[in-house]
Design a protein around this ligand. Structure first.
Ligand code: CUA
Length: 159
């Protein structure tokens, strides 16, 4: 088969670009510790108010020193707000929604998940730097989406 020189060059350029983009995905995933969600747990979105966990969302300290935060995201707020967690301890967020899809992003960190009605989104992070962080909804969820923010307070650990 005879392939023109210029055609061959462009084929190699296209293949090179594909390889470069693939590398960019893997490198940025590695550098930013991005992981695909792996937690599948369902919950009835119509009875969240009486759900033993999400009926009273909040921060619960575990015997091993870690912390579990149950969060309900709904039009157009997060509950609890603010969220207070200790620094340098594993914090497991468990998120769900009674209405529509929301986002939960702790700005400036890699804590970021979709909040989907009927499912519990779960991830664990350790915040190293004490301070106040903005929590933003990054999925368009309605007319007041732009006002759907919360606050995360990371407290210095008391010895
Ligand atoms: Cu909730 Cu946008």
């Amino acid at each position: 088969m005879n392939v023109e020189l210029y055609e061959r060059i462009w084929m190699w350029v296209a293949a090179g670009l594909l390889a470069l983009f693939l590398c960019a995905i893997f490198v940025s995933a590695g550098v930013n510790a991005i992981q695909p969600p792996s937690h599948v747990e369902t919950v009835d979105p119509t009875t969240l108010a009486t759900n033993p966990e999400f009926g009273t969302p909040g921060v619960k300290a575990q015997p091993d020193g870690s912390v579990v935060v149950s969060v309900v995201a709904q039009m157009f707020s997060f509950s609890p707000d603010p969220v207070e967690v200790p620094a340098n301890r594993p914090v497991t967020f468990r998120l769900t929604s009674p209405d529509v899809i929301h986002g939960f992003e702790v700005v400036g960190t890699n804590a970021n998940a979709m909040v989907i009605p009927g499912y519990v989104s779960q991830f664990t992070v350790t915040f190293k730097n004490p301070g106040e962080y903005l929590i933003g909804c990054n999925e368009y969820c309605g007319t007041m989406h732009h006002n759907m923010v919360g606050k995360l307070i990371v407290k210095k650990e008391s010895q």
